[in-house]
Design a protein around this ligand. Structure first.
Ligand SMILES: [Zn+2]
Length: 156
């Protein structure tokens, strides 16, 4: 396991530990817990490994060098979902699955500043769930940098 791989997991002693997925970040980036409450509705255990099947969580992805902060929202839902056909869907391979990337511009914050929002949808047949990641940041450049490592993410 690399120090640049981060396990996004939740749980406690009572319910056990459940993982959303493993993400892989460029040098100098770290994951921090987000502000929204974690919501877990359904989990599964496959080969002694607990996974969240239905739920949502939020994190920050922080650049320790330039101080950039991006939001990362993670959503898991039961079953295999693929996006409706669209012109701007980029298909990449993540952990052996065909995953789908879309990006759009959104307005965020009190000053309604323009942000880039990139969505990654990973239909994981091994855990019978669809993992959806939404990354929101002020700089296209930061998101492009993170995107180069999407192929190393692990969902099972
Ligand atoms: Zn998978």
């Amino acid at each position: 396991m690399s120090s640049r791989e981060f396990e996004l997991a939740t749980g406690n002693l009572l319910i056990g530990r459940f993982t959303w997925l493993f993400i892989y970040l460029p040098e100098g980036w770290r994951v921090k817990p987000g502000d929204s409450p974690t919501d877990v509705n359904y989990t599964t255990v496959i080969k002694d490994m607990g996974w969240v099947v239905d739920g949502s969580a939020s994190y920050y992805i922080v650049n320790l060098v330039n101080g950039a902060v991006l939001e990362l929202d993670v959503k898991c839902s039961r079953g295999i979902k693929t996006p409706k056909q669209g012109a701007n869907i980029e298909v990449i391979l993540i952990n052996g699955h065909q995953a789908y990337i879309t990006s759009k511009v959104v307005k965020r914050g009190l000053r309604r500043q323009l942000h880039t929002q990139t969505n990654v949808q990973i239909p994981c047949t091994n855990t019978s769930r669809t993992v959806e990641l939404t990354i929101t940041g002020r700089s296209d450049f930061d998101i492009e940098e993170l995107k180069r490592y999407f192929a190393y993410y692990r969902c099972h």
